[in-house]
Design a protein around this ligand. Structure first.
Ligand code: CS2
Length: 484
């Protein structure tokens, strides 16, 4: 490793008290919101430290608490990594051990904001109706045990109930997950959940809780032993909670914080009135391309995004997909989609970032609707731009087929790594025919929009590419796509 650079190692007043509860303290939160809050407090102060809640894992909680919530952030720049100690987190709580301290934190009048990164599958909200998914495991649990919730909606509502009863102002709730219209979706889900328990509480939430939408962006691979070794090298400290990320970071936030917020703009956050066009651009161009790279990369034998992008044909495919995705959106003031796409290609190709295609490939049933189905629905009939979307969906189908074929029976779930793994295995069974695989998976209940279910051009485009992927493999399919 070259040029260790400690110039960015900050130490700033951690005398401040907590004002935020964050749910889901994985690497992404630490690389993103915790870092913006750190910068904001260093620049402008404020009692905005973060109490981190982990819904499942206990290891990260123990690791953070053993070092007073402080952790090392490594930014992987092309000319070498830079380390920075982040001190915005006050402490962490493991909800799986005891929910009481989480509920106490949520009820504390000093807490004015609750931020969330729990990934798409933890919400339990139907994307179309905005109603809760009553069969979602944590929704089901929390509706039956509202005073001992274990999931997101149950916790948010239990915390608000305590505040209402104590006459404390509601907190502002900020989803920082890659979901379309994340503020509106979460608002609808929280209100519907509360209505099922107590309509008076639902009415209070409707009148008192703000749910700003956000677009979050920072490529953050899972931390590995190499992350921890580099953190030690750069800071001299062994840090089991160290994380690594790319230099780029973006946060677009709807400015709707009735009870204040940290000066996140000090870290570069953009505060706007309407986040949705930014969110749509990011979901379709960045995340959609990521899914294409992930599934085609899995089929083509690329472990890391950067390796796939080093192939000329692959990177041309990604550029083509970005052009196709850009064509599904109205223009966005101040943004040139082709510049945005070119920057994405450079970020994906960053040789310093070891981002596994397998990490992005997980939870396809949760990700593909907003990344692939929604933009296809916005293409004009007969558009030639359909191809790369169809290829991405076909690649997901092929990956599911391949993994079911190769996994040992007791490992299929783990191999598929999708909340609907059971449905997928049941539907695909031993079928190897592309037409049957498409028919079985595309029509999983409550998934592909009706418009696409009825669209024979889409169906044929996907089946055609799936046949090619299964018979000739990824390289041929890419060449063909570029030649169309
Ligand atoms: C990725 C995202 O894992 C995935 O599905 O597409 O986590 C992506 O890296 C981030 O959204 C980048 O901001």
């Amino acid at each position: 490793m070259s040029n260790p650079d400690l110039s960015d190692v900050t130490s700033h007043p951690d005398a401040a008290t907590a004002g935020i509860v964050h749910i889901g303290i994985g690497a992404f939160h630490r690389a993103h919101q915790a870092t913006y809050t750190d910068t904001a407090m260093a620049a402008k102060g404020g009692n905005w430290r973060i109490i981190g809640v982990s819904l499942r894992s206990t290891d990260i909680v123990d690791a953070l608490n053993a070092q007073d919530g402080t952790f090392t952030l490594i930014e992987r720049h092309p000319d070498g990594p830079k380390a920075r100690r982040i001190t915005s987190m006050s402490h962490a709580i493991a909800a799986a051990r005891d929910i009481t301290p989480v509920l106490e934190a949520l009820a504390d009048p000093a807490i004015r904001i609750v931020t969330i990164t729990v990934t798409e599958k933890a919400y339990g909200i139907d994307r179309v109706s905005g109603m809760v998914q009553a069969e979602h495991p944590s929704v089901k649990h929390d509706l039956a045990n509202p005073d001992k919730p274990a999931g997101l909606l149950g916790l948010l509502v239990a915390g608000l109930k305590r505040r209402k009863e104590a006459g404390v102002r509601a907190y502002t709730i900020v989803s920082c997950d890659n979901l379309p219209s994340n503020g509106r979706l979460l608002r609808d889900g929280v209100i519907d959940f509360a209505k099922r328990l107590d309509p008076g509480l639902a009415a209070w939430i409707t009148d008192n809780v703000s749910f700003p939408a956000t677009m979050v962006d920072r490529i953050t691979p899972a931390a590995t032993a190499a992350t921890r070794a580099d953190a030690k090298y750069l800071t001299g400290l062994y840090d089991p909670a160290a994380i690594e990320t790319e230099p780029f970071s973006q946060w677009v936030i709807e400015d709707a914080f009735p009870d204040g917020r940290p000066a996140w703009e000090e870290g570069g956050a953009i505060l706007v009135a309407d986040v949705e066009p930014y969110e749509c651009m990011k979901l379709r161009m960045l995340n959609g391309s990521h899914s294409l790279i992930a599934y085609m990369g899995q089929l083509g034998g690329y472990r890391y995004v950067r390796d796939a992008m080093a192939s000329d044909a692959f990177s041309r495919l990604v550029t083509l997909h970005m052009q196709n995705a850009a064509a599904t959106m109205p223009p966005l003031d101040g943004i040139d989609f082709s510049d945005y796409g070119a920057d994405l290609v450079a970020r994906f190709g960053n040789r310093e970032i070891a981002h596994e295609t397998n990490q992005i490939a997980m939870d396809g049933t949760e990700k593909l609707p907003q990344r692939i189905f929604a933009p296809v629905c916005d293409l004009p009939a007969g558009s030639k731009r359909l191809g790369t979307f169809a290829l991405c969906f076909a690649a997901w189908l092929a990956v599911m087929r391949q993994r079911i074929n190769s996994a040992k029976p007791n490992e299929v779930d783990q191999q598929l790594n999708d909340p609907r793994a059971n449905d997928i295995v049941k539907a695909v069974g031993n079928h190897q025919d592309p037409i049957v695989i498409y028919e079985k998976l595309a029509y999983l209940p409550g998934w592909m929009p009706q418009q696409l279910q009825d669209d024979s051009v889409w169906r044929n485009a996907v089946i055609d590419r799936l046949s090619l992927l299964l018979s000739e493999g990824a390289d041929t399919a890419i060449k063909r796509e570029l030649a169309i």
